[in-house]
Write a new protein. Structure first.
Lengths: 389, 271, 328
């Protein structure tokens, strides 16, 4: 095979290289467009934060933060919403941290690359991709309607269906005399203990006697409640905690693990004394991000316990701690939520324009809260990534 | 010392240019800084047309840094700072107004690890041409064939030009990278330890190729392999801790080094 | 040693929670959703039967006409449960939002990874994360209170100003104050930083060798980014866009608050639309426990979670394929 003669072509190419129509105009144009678009996104962030804080800031006062809302939310403050958001997120993180951290420890330390780990990781990444409203449906369908209703059935004998109601009614009817007598003795004893006036006591006893044979259908657990909302949110933020904990655990050098083994520690001793303490700030970063995410989501808790207007805090009757009696948070009741408050005021109230100030103020509170949490997480991460370097 | 006696270790002295001719590349008092840390100290070096110039020295001595100054790839790292001049055909290429694009078509480079683009073999070579406005398909076809022939790869790949370059073996990938550099018609070829990631057989083929190419290109090759320097180069420069200790004909540097450090280094590697 | 075994068992239980959760999510959504099929036919969720009773005052007769249509009116006497307007709205908003955020998100990711430099990138990346962390209700409220009304005013003004040329074209196009466009814009604000971050990550994982190789051939920064880095990171970018689209489909509160929430089939982006998510969010609270309406909403949720599941799967497959290609 004879080689072609390339000289002419090469000469042409060489000329092209030297004259070259390079650094074309459109490249500059594209580069500028990319810069402008990025600048635009940063500007949008600044504009959103600026608008909300300047429009909401003036309405935020101590009274606004500490008072319950009045007139179905048209006036007053947002204290119950702050309270509800705080506690639902607190319960959420109390559930999510142990599950997430221990789960990540298992994935990183105990099951290196096995089939189980692969399946679980796939599940975690899938869980992270599930739309938040779907968590809401799940919270309603699983926690409230399934777990809650069945708990009610088992603990309080509350019927789950029409047929069970009929059955229970018949059961109560059959034992009417017995039940009434039992209720009467109980009620009389309680009336005596509470030292009720005779008329009051009579009414109280009569009420109890009547109630004794009417099957209760009022759910205790089988309704939207802070606890179920927290559990739903815990599942939502679980991937956040698992992923950041895994990252933090992997950053712990292998040599330290080996050193610990060399001193004769068991696996768990090594994890507890060496790995977890070293991964602490990474885990904390994940936890803060999870809190911020949990506080910022509304769709998952929409059907699982948020209340549009509930000025009373979700508290129990005072609980006797011996030295003092104080009410504690009742996790099995509905609660107000900052996100839901904004949503209802802005879209569900008869005159949204009248409460724009309150809406901006509530939004400002929520934004400051989540931005502060995120800045803290970013700071913390920079701190420990600088230290690890 | 046996390697020196090997018959093929007589790199072309016959095409040595007249000493009076001005050098193709002249490095003039070059200082180089990574941030605060100085990596090169007052480098002075001439590289003439037609040389195969080997840079040797222990790891971290600045030999790679030096050749990356020749096409100004080093400054992709923003903390880098240089002082001094590098004259290419009498023009200071470190001057602020230098047209880097033209410079880099004139001074091509082959890297330590084969780095073909995740495109087809054909597109890898066409890339450089397209960058500089060559659009004509027949021209590109021709240059692709020519480059692959020059880099001794045509026979192996001519029937699968459209398949991915990543499917080639390491040695083939490196020869593809050489072909890619040749396609834009450079005068100088910089090679930064081109064989360090390859097995001995692939290494031998690249060395054959270098010996082949030296008739058409000026080649500057960084290597940590003494035998390789002896086999392929006509001139050798020994760097140590960012300074040039010795530079001269390869034979002289290896057989009769002037400086003790050079002697130790060359001997240390051999014994 | 029993202690160690017990601890390992406990840890493995914690790890399994995610797996159990994803399983239960599918189980309970489908369990509640499938009941809807028992209460209504499969076809009813595509084409709704509509019967209208009209009274003719002359003949004094009632006439009942039976028609069908893509109508979602779950709380009328005869529930009309066609998913078509909801799915259409979801796709319209997701497509609009994905288009905007693909362009802007890739631009931001490209800028972060290839143009910003290490220092600026270190500052911009947290800002992107901050933008993601803003609660969606806040974005929805922002779009509703700050963007929608001025845009309405602008459209009215432009309509009046251009009336001599265009007639009432502008007002016939910009129909609703709260519309798909506003909703999609709000959704984009959430998705742009997500895509930007993922694109940046996947471009950062393109080996520096390839950039050096391109620069050494005399390529400019833009040529290198556009012809080498982006194609090399293409799978990661594609996965980012798919995930972004999935996020857009699943976005709820922004759409509820500013897309108008009218279940209608319209290709005009300035018409009010509703989505699957928005209907679940607004109607589930009032749908009676065990009613057809509730089960239908669960069925809508099942559809949504299935679609997003496959989108996530697709993105995952693309990324895996990409990883094996880079390694070889």
């Amino acid at each position: 095979m004879k080689e072609k003669n390339f000289d002419a072509t090469l000469g042409r190419v060489k000329t092209a290289m030297e004259s070259g129509s390079r650094a074309p105009m459109w490249a500059l144009v594209f580069e500028t467009v990319v810069k402008i678009l990025t600048g635009f996104v940063v500007a949008a962030l600044a504009f959103i934060l600026f608008t909300i804080i300047t429009k909401g800031g003036p309405h935020v006062s101590w009274e606004f933060l500490s008072q319950p809302p009045r007139d179905t939310g048209m006036a007053g403050g947002v204290w119950p919403a702050i309270f509800g958001t705080f506690f639902v997120v607190l319960f959420m993180i109390m559930m999510a941290i142990p599950l997430g951290v221990f789960g990540a420890v298992y994935l990183v330390e105990y099951s290196r690359g096995g089939f189980a780990a692969r399946v679980i990781r796939a599940a975690v990444s899938n869980l992270a991709g599930v739309p938040s409203i779907v968590f809401g449906l799940f919270g309603l369908g699983f926690f409230v309607l399934f777990v809650g209703r069945n708990l009610d059935y088992m603990v309080y004998d509350i019927p789950r269906s029409e047929s069970e109601l009929v059955e229970k009614r018949a059961r109560l009817e059959a034992n009417r005399t017995e039940l009434e007598a039992e209720a009467r003795t109980g009620a009389e004893a309680e009336a005596a203990r509470r030292q009720l006036a005779p008329e009051e006591a009579q009414a109280f006893v009569a009420q109890r006697v009547v109630e004794a044979t009417i099957p209760s259908t009022r759910p205790v657990f089988g309704q939207g409640a802070m606890f179920w909302a927290a559990a739903t949110l815990a599942l939502l933020v679980l991937p956040v905690i698992i992923v950041s904990t895994e990252e933090a655990l992997r950053a712990v050098p292998l040599s330290l693990r080996e050193a610990s083994y060399a001193l004769g520690s068991t696996k768990w001793q090594m994890v507890r004394n060496i790995v977890l303490p070293m991964a602490r700030s990474g885990i904390l970063t994940g936890a803060i991000l999870a809190v911020s995410r949990g506080a910022g989501e509304l769709a998952p808790v929409l059907f699982v316990g948020v209340a549009a207007f509930k000025p009373d805090l979700p508290l129990t009757d005072p609980v006797d701690f011996g030295l003092f009696e104080v009410p504690v948070v009742n996790p099995f009741t509905s609660f107000m939520h900052l996100n839901y408050h904004i949503y209802t005021l802005a879209t569900q109230s008869p005159d949204p324009d009248a409460t724009r100030g309150l809406q901006f103020a509530t939004t400002a509170v929520l934004v400051l809260l989540t931005v502060a949490l995120n800045l803290a997480a970013i700071r913390l991460r920079n701190l420990y990534s600088a230290r690890n370097r | 010392m046996t390697a020196l006696a090997a018959p093929h270790a007589t790199p072309g002295t016959q095409e040595q240019k007249h000493v009076s001719e001005p050098p193709l590349l002249r490095v003039d008092k070059l200082d180089f800084y990574y941030g605060e840390k100085q990596a090169l100290f007052g480098i002075e070096l001439d590289i003439h047309q037609g040389e195969v110039h080997a840079m040797i020295g222990p790891s971290g001595c600045g030999k790679s840094t030096l050749i990356k100054c020749f096409n100004r790839i080093a400054e992709l790292n923003p903390i880098v700072r240089t002082q001094g001049r590098i004259l290419f055909r009498g023009r200071d290429i470190l001057a602020p107004g230098e047209d880097l694009i033209t410079l880099r078509t004139q001074i091509g480079m082959v890297f330590q690890r084969p780095n073909p683009f995740p495109k087809s073999i054909y597109e890898n070579i066409a890339y450089g041409l397209r960058l500089h406005g060559v659009k004509d398909k027949a021209t590109i076809d021709d240059v692709v064939e020519w480059s692959l022939r020059r880099s001794a790869l045509w026979g192996e790949v001519h029937n699968r030009l459209k398949s991915s370059a990543l499917a080639l073996s390491g040695g083939q990938q490196q020869r593809l990278c050489i072909a890619r550099a040749l396609a834009v018609q450079p005068d100088v070829l910089l090679m930064d330890e081109p064989c360090s990631a390859l097995d001995p057989i692939a290494t031998a083929r690249i060395e054959e190729l270098i010996i082949e190419l030296k008739y058409s290109y000026t080649i500057v090759i960084v290597t940590h392999n003494m035998q390789q320097a002896v086999r392929v180069s006509s001139k050798t420069t020994f760097l140590y801790l960012g300074e040039i200790i010795e530079t001269g004909d390869t034979k002289q540097v290896f057989n009769a080094p002037v400086h003790k450090r050079t002697k130790d280094y060359v001997a240390g590697e051999f014994s | 040693m029993y202690r160690e075994k017990a601890i390992e068992a406990l840890l493995s239980v914690c790890a399994t929670v995610s797996l159990v959760a994803i399983f239960l999510i599918f189980l309970f959504l489908f369990k509640e959703g499938i009941i809807a099929f028992k209460l209504a036919g499969v076809g009813d969720f595509i084409v709704a039967k509509i019967s209208e009773v009209t009274f003719d005052p002359v003949t004094e007769e009632f006439t009942k006409t039976e028609t069908t249509g893509y109508v979602w009116q779950p709380v009328s006497d005869q529930p009309k449960l066609s998913f078509v307007p909801l799915v259409w709205g979801s796709l319209l908003i997701a497509a609009l939002a994905a288009t905007v955020s693909t362009i802007v998100g890739i631009a931001c990711g490209l800028y972060l990874s290839e143009m910003a430099g290490r220092k600026l990138r270190g500052r911009l990346k947290p800002l992107m994360e901050l933008l993601v962390s803003i609660p969606t209700v806040v974005i929805g409220f922002f779009m509703l209170a700050i963007i929608a009304y001025p845009l309405r005013a602008f459209a009215d003004w432009a309509g009046a100003a251009l009336a001599p040329i265009l007639g009432d074209w502008v007002s016939s196009i910009y129909t609703d104050t709260f519309n798909a466009f506003i909703g999609a814009l709000g959704v984009s604000i959430v998705i742009i930083p997500v895509i930007a971050s993922l694109v940046d990550d996947s471009l950062q994982s393109v080996p520096q060798d390839l950039r050096d190789g391109s620069f050494a051939l005399g390529a400019t920064r833009w040529q290198t980014s556009w012809r080498v880095v982006l194609p090399a990171g293409f799978s990661g970018v594609a996965a980012a866009v798919i995930l972004g689209f999935g996020r857009a489909l699943g976005e709820t509160m922004i759409v509820v608050m500013c897309a108008g929430n009218a279940a209608q089939l319209s290709a005009n982006p300035f018409d009010s639309v509703t989505t699957m998510t928005a209907r679940i969010a607004t109607e589930m609270g009032t749908a009676g426990v065990g009613s057809l309406h509730q089960h239908t909403l669960f069925l809508v949720g099942s559809t949504l979670v299935t679609v997003t599941f496959f989108l996530n799967l697709l993105a995952e497959v693309i990324v895996q394929k990409y990883r094996s290609r880079i390694v070889s």
